[in-house]
Ligand binder design. Structure first.
Ligand code: CO
Length: 209
């Protein structure tokens, strides 16, 4: 696809929208009120709106390599804080994907230069779950499992934040861990048991009495 094609598509898209609804852009430029915060990988194959069937205005979004939420990433934390406290979204979704290049790189002993500190967040997930991961004989299955465990650990990282803890205590948000399978197109709910996780970790991470 050439740059020129993108602008031609844009003109066609505007015309189509206006044909369907002359007020489309009046409505679009009004305040946003999405119910979902989607945290996913930057991977070009993960096309969020077509995957979820959502429209502009439905999903607030944050994406980075490997969908990780480091404790000092002001970018990710600002997105979460704004989504939870100002937009007052109802659901946070962490969505990884199989065949993730970031997860693959984190499983490989190689110097990735500037990417090393970022990939280390995923290497740390490997270390936490090394017994389970090392017991998986098939490399492809081990790769898939690290994608899933990375989603679980990033959900835990989100629970560690003040704003999310507070919103969970007030029972106004729920947290979901999903994986997108590029090989089948299927969206898989990992059915993360948040209450069990919180029971296990909140004695360490609790910020509120
Ligand atoms: Co990825």
């Amino acid at each position: 696809m050439k740059i020129r094609d993108i602008f031609e598509h844009n003109e066609k898209w505007i015309a189509e929208r206006l044909r369907a609804d002359p007020d489309y852009f009046v409505k679009l430029s009004g305040p946003q009120k999405p119910e979902y915060l989607f945290i996913g990988c930057s991977d070009s194959r993960v096309s969020v709106e077509s995957l979820l069937g959502t429209k502009p205005g439905d999903v607030f979004m944050h994406r980075n390599i490997g969908n990780v939420i480091p404790s000092n990433d002001l970018n990710a934390l600002s997105v979460i804080s704004y989504a939870v406290n100002h937009i007052r979204i109802k659901h946070i979704i962490v969505c990884g994907h199989y065949n993730c290049g970031g997860v693959k790189a984190a499983m490989t002993a190689r110097d990735e230069g500037l990417l090393n500190p970022w990939l280390r967040h995923i290497r740390d997930v490997y270390r936490i779950h090394r017994n389970e991961l090392n017991s998986i004989d098939t490399p492809g299955r081990r790769f898939d499992r690290l994608v899933e465990l990375n989603v679980v650990e990033q959900c835990i990282n989100i629970v560690k934040t003040r704003d999310v803890q507070k919103a969970l205590l007030e029972k106004r948000i729920s947290l979901h861990g999903w994986v997108f399978d590029l090989r089948t197109g299927r969206l898989i709910d990992l059915k993360i048991n948040l209450e069990k996780i919180m029971d296990e970790i909140m004695d360490v991470y609790n910020l509120f009495e």
